[in-house]
Design a protein around this ligand. Structure first.
Ligand code: PMP
Ligand code: GLN
Length: 384
């Protein structure tokens, strides 16, 4: 393994899912739903396979049906208008969108500001692109993890090329407010920065929180690469269909990298996702409402088991503090939890450069059947 990647061994998700399998523990670690997405979308994929749609290399930017469905979604939901021919790129999941964006937009030595804790592929992809990551830490404040805007401003230097934003935020469940996003946008415009914004949990926003795409703020459309994922929105994480929307020069740049990573992917699934994006509003509402029930079930159960819970406003993850349980080391806690309680969780420290900041935090996924969540809660309450 070369020096750029040496610090990135096996991803925590693979490690913890393997531990779940070998111990038979309930896997609330890696974020994937245990119920597949809508039947009619699965049927659409079967039809595409049978009809020979996408069984050979689909077009490089993605099949036209899907690109149009993505632009319709962005327009209808956010009033953002994109040209399906020049401003959309279909990728092999959001993971490839992140990788291709960073590989395409960074020069070696460029600094990338990322919100810490950050989704683990960000650090690895910044490293592969030869960039330098500059974490700005979200810290607990009134029951949720918040961004310090002064710290963000102070982190910008002459070498800063790009802000890498994620809202709703994995793993904290924070949804950046309109005011915070406006401040990020102003900073990007003032310092002439590019922005890559990972909005894969755009449809999982609860309570009073609202998802506002960064690209909707003044001066942002032309400098922002927005990333979405069918894995998250339609519960098909195995299909690996993601996308980028951005101005033509940015999409062209990202595509230059993408074509040498996978060239294309997921042919028949692209047609099915095009149909999924056209589902009636009731699908998106029911998806969110269902996840809200699961959030409430797990957060209440974790509190009863003794964790301090940061109630998430978005995503399907909840971050907890283990110190009320008399624990301080999330790594040790998560490595022991399958034996001790028959449950797998993720130590948030893996998402930090400042490991000590993340040490007492542990993430649980609640995108599971309620019976599974109830059993997990029962086990945790009995064991801790
Ligand atoms: N970004 C974030 C914040 C995620 O949580 C995930 C999925 N864990 C991804 C990107 C990757 O998405 P995909 O499965 O579409 O590659
Ligand atoms: N995004 C998922 C999570 O945060 C995992 C995806 C992966 O395994 N790479 O749990």
């Amino acid at each position: 393994l070369n020096r750029r990647l040496a610090e990135f061994g096996t991803t925590i998700f693979a490690e913890m899912s393997a531990l779940a399998l070998s111990t038979g523990a309930i896997n609330l670690g890696q974020g994937f739903p245990d119920t597949d997405g809508p039947e009619e979308v699965r049927e659409a994929a079967v039809r595409a396979l049978r009809d020979g749609l996408g069984n050979q290399y689909p077009p490089g930017p993605g099949v036209p049906e899907l690109r149009t469905a993505i632009t319709t979604h962005q327009q209808r939901r956010y009033g953002l208008s994109y040209d399906p021919d020049r401003e959309v790129l279909v990728t092999a999941g959001a993971t490839e969108a992140i990788a291709a964006s960073l590989l395409a937009l960074l020069e070696p030595g460029d600094e990338v500001i990322a919100l810490e804790p950050y989704y683990d592929s960000y650090a690895a992809c910044i490293a592969m692109a030869g960039g330098r990551r500059v974490p700005v830490t979200l810290r607990p404040h009134d029951g949720s993890f918040r961004l310090d805007l002064d710290e963000l401003r102070d982190a910008v230097t002459e070498r800063t090329r790009l802000l890498l934003i994620n809202t709703p935020h994995n793993p904290t469940g924070t949804v950046l407010t309109r005011e915070e996003l406006a401040a990020i946008a102003e900073l990007a415009v003032e310092r002439d920065l590019l922005v890559v914004t990972d909005e894969v949990y755009e449809h999982l926003v609860f309570d009073e929180a609202e998802h506002v795409p960064l690209a909707t703020f003044p001066g942002m459309r032309e400098r922002t690469v927005t990333i979405g994922s069918a894995g998250k929105t339609f519960s098909f994480t195995g299909w690996k269909v993601g996308w980028v929307t951005a101005a033509p020069e940015l999409v062209t740049a990202v595509r230059s990298a993408k074509q040498y990573l996978t060239y294309v992917a997921s042919g028949p699934f692209q047609y099915a996702v095009a149909e999924a994006l056209a589902l009636p509003e009731s699908y998106f509402t029911a998806f969110r409402d269902d996840m809200l029930v699961k959030r409430n079930l797990l957060t209440a159960g974790l509190e009863e088991a003794g964790f301090r819970v940061f109630r998430p406003s978005g995503t399907y993850f909840v971050t907890t503090d283990i110190r009320p349980l008399g624990e301080t080391d999330g790594f040790a806690f998560c490595r022991g939890l399958p034996e001790r309680a028959g449950v797998v969780a993720i130590p948030n420290a893996v998402f930090y450069d400042h490991r000590e900041e993340g040490a007492p935090f542990v993430r649980f996924a609640f995108c599971k059947r309620t019976s599974v969540l109830e059993e997990a809660v029962k086990r945790l309450r009995a064991a801790l």
